[in-house]
Design a protein around this ligand. Structure first.
Ligand code: NAP
Length: 456
């Protein structure tokens, strides 16, 4: 029987690197049936056996870092240095949740007439739908806690970048104690994704992707009452106050927005700078941006690769309107590949489309402000609320501003958003629910309450 396939390209060379099967709806349903029976067995295994499996996956990832990193680099156009670090973080994620398995427990509530206990029960079959920008890390933030909590998992990776996830599935198959416990189904969101959403045997959808598709996922989940976690778009603010170490903030700012060529939901793409230090900051930001090395993702010295596709580059370029005030326009032209260098725009009003919309590319928009209150107002004036940074030496200010910002994940004097130990997620249209940390594990459980009567 011939199978339809999806073609996968290397965005740095435009070469075809793989053909991946497009699962039919019947094949997806078979995967769900297998997942359901695997979960029934898995949830009954002793915790120590669950733990051992997750530790073994971590070891397997470590042992195959290079292969997985090469796949990720060729598939996404990601610089190999970043790809290796990301794959290493996948192993850490499995290790963290292996260690967490026996540390999640319920409460005891004493009552006049007895005692109630709560238990965190697994949900059942969990479907994970991932985007193309950080395929393996985002898959692992869901696979690891979902398995740890006693669920089975089916992952549908993005059609453009499925290779590392498919390979992880093959590797895990070789050591899985139960057939079908973790499966990867490839194919389009509209067919494979929709089949996962329609099936009542799938109890949770964890979706990472655009806000628009996230809304349709939420609607579609209503029919079968699925639990839903959504990690969606962002337009995060990087706030630089005049009392900050402005030089440190300027040196760090390029990585905060141009890392992964700006294809990062946490990109601090709105750079809010207090007017007194605006010129100094811009000088430092431009100087540091010029140092970024754009080029062949397979080379260890490359900092930035191409964008993921020609269509996506065209979408990013549509924001680069000629009338904008550019303080820096990079050039990354090559004959082949979907290259686009960093661009920095100054928008004194903060009203251009580049300043308000998620671009998901290497474009930063600087917006000046005068007072702390104004900075908070500009930062919060967005449909999104995913991430952000506050640069100041004033501890009280950092806490005050952090409390006031409508954003799920913030950092002070740093641009880092993600740590496996700490919850991550968005407010407003950036999402619902949290991944990572112990909250991430609890998100794959359902609470059960049992009352024991102790008085006659
Ligand atoms: P996307 O177009 O929303 O796609 C994400 C995933 O959903 C893909 O696997 C896609 O499959 C699938 N999909 C599409 N339509 C579907 C449908 N109707 N039903 C079920 N599944 C469907 O997003 P993307 O372009 O890959 O990723 C970029 C977006 O993700 C950005 O907005 C970014 O901010 C966001 N993101 C958020 C986070 C976070 O943690 N908050 C992290 C990374 C990215 P196909 O590939 O087959 O279309």
């Amino acid at each position: 029987m011939s199978m339809t396939t999806t073609t996968v390209w290397n965005p740095a060379t435009e070469e075809v690197i793989a053909e991946v099967p497009a699962f039919t709806q019947d094949q997806v349903r078979e995967a769900i049936a297998l997942s359901h029976s695997a979960q029934q067995k898995w949830r009954r295994l002793p915790l120590a056996e669950r733990q051992l499996f997750l530790y073994k996956i971590a070891e397997l990832v470590d042992a195959n870092v290079e292969e997985l990193a090469q796949l990720e680099s060729q598939d996404v156009g990601k610089p190999i240095r970043s790809a290796r670090a990301e794959v290493a973080s996948v192993a850490s994620c499995f290790r963290y949740y292996a260690g967490a398995i026996d540390k999640v427990h319920g409460d005891t509530i004493t009552l006049d007439e007895g005692i109630s206990f709560t238990f965190h029960e697994p949900l059942g079959v969990v479907a994970v739908i991932t985007p193309w920008n950080f395929p393996l890390p985002i898959a692992s933030w869901n696979i690891a806690p979902a398995l740890a909590a006693g669920n089975s998992v089916i992952v549908k990776p993005a059609s453009m970048t499925p290779l590392s996830t498919v390979r992880l599935g093959q590797l895990v198959d070789e050591i899985s104690p139960i057939e079908g416990l973790f499966q990867v189904v490839t194919g389009s969101g509209s067919s494979v994704g929709a089949t996962l959403l329609d099936d009542p045997r799938v109890h949770k959808i964890s979706f990472t992707g655009s806000t628009e598709v996230g809304q349709s996922i939420l609607r579609a989940s209503a029919d079968t009452f699925k639990h839903v976690t959504l990690e969606l778009g962002g337009k995060s603010a990087n706030l630089i106050f005049e009392d900050a170490d402005v030089s440190a903030a300027a040196q760090a700012a390029p990585w905060a927005v141009f890392d992964n060529s700006g294809q990062d939901c946490c990109a601090r793409s709105r750079v809010l700078v207090q007017r007194k230090v605006l010129d100094d900051f811009i000088d430092g930001f431009v100087e540091a941006t010029k140092k970024l090395r754009i080029g062949d993702p397979s080379l260890i010295e490359s900092d930035l690769g191409p964008l993921v596709s020609a269509e996506h580059r065209a979408s990013v370029q549509s924001f680069l309107e000629p009338q904008l005030d550019y303080v820096y326009k990079g050039d990354a032209f090559q004959e082949k590949g979907f290259w686009l260098a960093p661009h920095i725009v100054l928008d004194k009003e903060g009203t251009s489309k580049a300043a308000t919309d998620e671009i998901f590319g290497p474009v930063a928009v600087i917006i000046p402000f005068d007072t702390e209150a104004e900075a908070i107002e500009i930062a919060n004036n967005s449909i999104y609320g995913l991430s952000g940074s506050i640069w100041t030496k004033d501890v009280a200010r950092s806490l005050r501003v952090a409390r006031a910002l409508e954003s799920g994940t913030l950092s002070v004097n740093s641009n880092s958003s993600i740590r496996v130990q700490t919850p991550f997620g968005g407010m407003k249209q950036s999402g619902m629910g949290r991944e990572l940390g112990l909250e991430g594990l609890l998100g794959f459980t359902e609470l059960k309450t049992v009352f024991v009567k102790t008085v006659d």
